[in-house]
Design a protein around this ligand. Sequence first.
Ligand code: PEP
Length: 247
Amino acid sequence: MARTLVAGNWKMNGTSASLPEIEAIAAGVTPEKEGVEALICVPATLLTRAAAAAKGTALMIGAETCHARGSGAHTGDISAPMIADTGASHVIVGHSERRADHGESSEIVAAQAAAALEAGLTPIICIGETAAERDSGKAIEVVTTMLSASLPAGADPSLLVIAYEPVWAIGTGNVATVEAVDEMHTALRARLTDTYGAAAAGIPILYGGSMNPGNAAGLLAVRDVNGGLIGGASLKAADFLAIYAAA
Ligand code: PEP
């Protein structure tokens, strides 16, 4: 059975003035809440200070992307070893905003995930369909194909996290229905089982897309939903902790 992960994604939000939110989240995350992990992924500029603020608590800190190479002539990019050096434990790869804004293909995402693993980080591999792909009835086919293409070759499945994030649900307030989430997560678990066998049961599959304190309990109750990836509602400690409590 997969553990549950409640993960925030601050995107391009946050300065030093936001660190009290990290401190408040860290204070509200309880190590004794068995089987439920909490993580906040912050911009690179905040990684070191967020990791310091969360040190000694059950809150984990992650980054929002990494380069596929460990070092080199890639101006402005940040490598997985650099992220690990800040004290972070996770990194999001393949978020739809990265795929759209930076042309990151599933092949690149698989290489980024491999780099994360090599550096000792847990990659959160994001996949999801556009509104047009869902409307054409091809969502399951598109997303399972994207999953297979985004998995790093030869990875230990116990070190992976997957996040299903329908593009049309991110930051829009349009949440996928419980039925659609159930159908997709069942298909993703089946694809992971085809790839990794019985070990696939232990891979957390998160749902992301306008999750908030009001809808979290219903989404998190779906079989094969093992947590959430939360954008807007992770920026305020009270909202994030309410979702964490629902898990
Ligand atoms: C996200 O950025 O991964 C996300 C799910 O955002 P939101 O919760 O704001 O839709």
